[in-house]
Ligand binder design. Structure first.
Ligand code: AMP
Ligand code: ZN
Length: 114
């Protein structure tokens, strides 16, 4: 999508600190980290939010979660633990309308919402 920040990052038109890339998935460091580890994992395909996933994205979502697991292992946080967050829509505070998952780790998380 032309005017999408994360599409531009995926295409390399805007710089990012890449931590992983394959044919379908791109992962990079969040520019405003809330923890020592704060990675964003996005599909290369533009999907504006979780509301917009469809049956054809089933395998892609699996790839995203396998990537999250891989990155957690590579960054050495798989045993200590980590949080995976998706903000969908206004009430959740989604600011970039390209589906992304936050991988957050490296400190004890304070608040638990559930
Ligand atoms: P959300 O609030 O869930 O939509 O998350 C958007 C995230 O994108 C925020 O944590 C921002 O810090 C992050 N972000 C915004 N612009 C950039 C950028 N250019 N590079 C890396 N992360 C970014
Ligand atoms: Zn996009």
């Amino acid at each position: 999508m032309e005017d999408c920040l994360f599409c531009k990052i995926v295409k390399g038109e805007i710089p990012s600190n890449k931590v992983y890339e394959d044919e379908y998935v791109y992962a990079f460091k969040d520019i405003e980290p809330v923890a020592p580890v704060h990675i964003l994992i996005v599909p290369k395909k533009h999907i504006s939010s979780l509301n917009k996933i469809s049956d054809e994205d089933e395998a892609l979502l699996g790839k995203i979660f396998l990537t999250i697991k891989k990155i957690a292992k590579e960054l050495g946080v798989e045993d200590k633990g980590y949080r995976v967050i998706n903000n969908c829509g206004k009430d959740a505070g989604q600011t970039v309308m390209h589906l992304h998952f936050h991988l957050i780790a490296g400190r004890k998380m304070g608040e638990k919402l559930l």
